[in-house]
Design a protein around this ligand. Structure first.
Ligand code: ATP
Length: 402
């Protein structure tokens, strides 16, 4: 249909980028990118007439998106050339042809186009050797300043290498490292770094691999000299998804997996640098404070829970101030079987225990309000957590299912 629409408008139309890459790799990709030589918005409107869906146009960028369903998106761009006024700047754009549109892209494997017009339907434009690099499982930039011009490509290179199980071609790796040595990554705004980092986290299956490459290439240290990631952390990242899945199955939870992963990845950052590193990866200031509070108390918590006999109320009081995400992080991060056992016990059981009486109940029993209320309520809570009650004779009884 897109080809016919292009023919009617007398515009050349191509599918490009990730869609072509994944087509060649026989992987599903429902984010379909079209490039037209001509007016992209006119084309998008005509395509929308033909295929339906929800159209959004961005006249200032000469791009449009047609959302066909929750998982099928058609992106339309007007073929364009991009140039950078200075390193790490957002690019300036001008209308151009398919060659220039492909040349502005990141890696050869993302630079292939297939023509959709009837006269050349299916013709592949592969000016930069993308097919060969797909076969060689190689991530390769088009020119040596690519990472300098747009350092977000450092993250993209790592993400694609990890996702596809490809390697960085030798010169590409050198260009990437030169860009790191020149501190290019620090020229990116925190927002742009964060966006790239979150992309990696979302690709859960390759997250461990991408973090391993980040460490190997020195990207963490380039982001912040205190961003220390050691092999313990990488090891811990491996199991994190399964640990969380296990808990989800045992107890319905809605915790945010990304936060757990972020805490784990920052778990070896020295306290003095923790806030600065958090500010790079997390935007929400309340969340930063929460994460830091828990991470700073980690050693104290481990120290107390290391013992083989810790009573339920100590566990309850110790862990109650922390979010589920922090508790999942402690669980995943620790090697100690006792610590893991107590945290699991808290997450699955103790944390559901709550007081069901209040000051009003005490009032209706005729007890005069005062500091005694706090003491009574604390003691009732303690008794519930410990699984004990007193019968009428004041004798201690065990009541597991209170
Ligand atoms: P994914 O499967 O992750 O969606 P994708 O290749 O479709 O992969 P997008 O981020 O959607 O990735 O980008 C679409 C296309 O735009 C890419 O294939 C690439 O050609 C180009 N592109 C995206 N970001 C950049 C960038 N920073 N520099 C150059 N080209 C880019």
């Amino acid at each position: 249909t897109a080809g016919t629409v292009g023919d009617e408008l007398n515009q050349n139309v191509y599918v490009v980028g990730g869609f072509v890459r994944d087509l060649m790799l026989k992987t599903d990709n429902w984010d379909i990118d079209f490039v037209t030589e001509g007016d992209g918005i006119v084309f998008a409107k005509a395509l929308h007439q033909a295929v339906g869906g929800k159209l959004t146009v961005h006249p200032q960028f000469e791009t449009a998106v047609i959302r066909l369903s929750s998982h099928i998106t058609l992106d339309v761009v007007t073929a364009r050339r991009e140039y950078y006024e200075y390193p790490a700047a957002l690019p300036k754009v001008e209308k151009s042809n398919i060659w220039s549109d492909l040349f502005r892209r990141d890696f050869t494997i993302n630079c292939m186009a297939i023509c959709l017009n009837q006269s050349s339907f299916g013709d592949m434009s592969d000016y930069f050797g993308g097919m060969k690099d797909l076969q060689n499982k190689s991530i390769r930039v088009l020119y040596n300043l690519s990472f300098i011009e747009d350092p977000t490509r450092i993250f993209r290179a790592i993400r694609f290498a990890a996702r596809l199980g490809f390697h960085l071609e030798v010169s590409t790796r050198q260009f990437l490292q030169q860009a790191l040595q020149n501190d290019m990554i620090r020229r990116l705004s925190h927002d742009r770094i964060r966006e790239e980092f979150l992309h990696m986290i979302r690709e859960q299956e390759s997250f461990h691999h991408s973090m391993t490459l980040m460490k190997e290439l020195g990207v963490f240290q380039a982001l912040h000299s205190g961003f220390i990631v050691q092999s313990h952390t990488l090891e811990r990242l491996k199991g994190i998804r399964f640990a969380m899945e296990g808990f989800r199955q045992l107890s319905p939870s809605s915790f945010n997996q990304t936060v757990v992963m972020l805490m784990q990845i920052m778990s070896e950052v020295p306290p003095a640098y923790l806030e600065e590193v958090c500010q790079i990866l997390v935007a929400n200031q309340t969340l930063i404070q929460q994460m830091m509070k828990s991470m700073n108390q980690r050693d104290t918590i481990y120290h107390i829970l290391k013992e083989d006999e810790v009573d339920r109320f100590t566990i309850y009081q110790l862990l109650r101030p922390h979010t589920e995400e922090a508790l999942m992080f402690f669980y995943n991060d620790s090697d100690d079987p006792y610590i893991r056992h107590y945290i699991a016990f808290y997450l699955l059981k103790l944390r559901h225990i709550q007081l069901t009486i209040s000051g009003n109940d005490l009032k209706s029993l005729g007890i005069n309000p005062g500091p005694i209320y706090r003491r009574i309520l604390d003691n009732v809570l303690k008794a519930k957590v410990l699984g004990t009650i007193y019968d009428h004779d004041g004798e201690l009884k065990y009541a597991e299912n209170l």
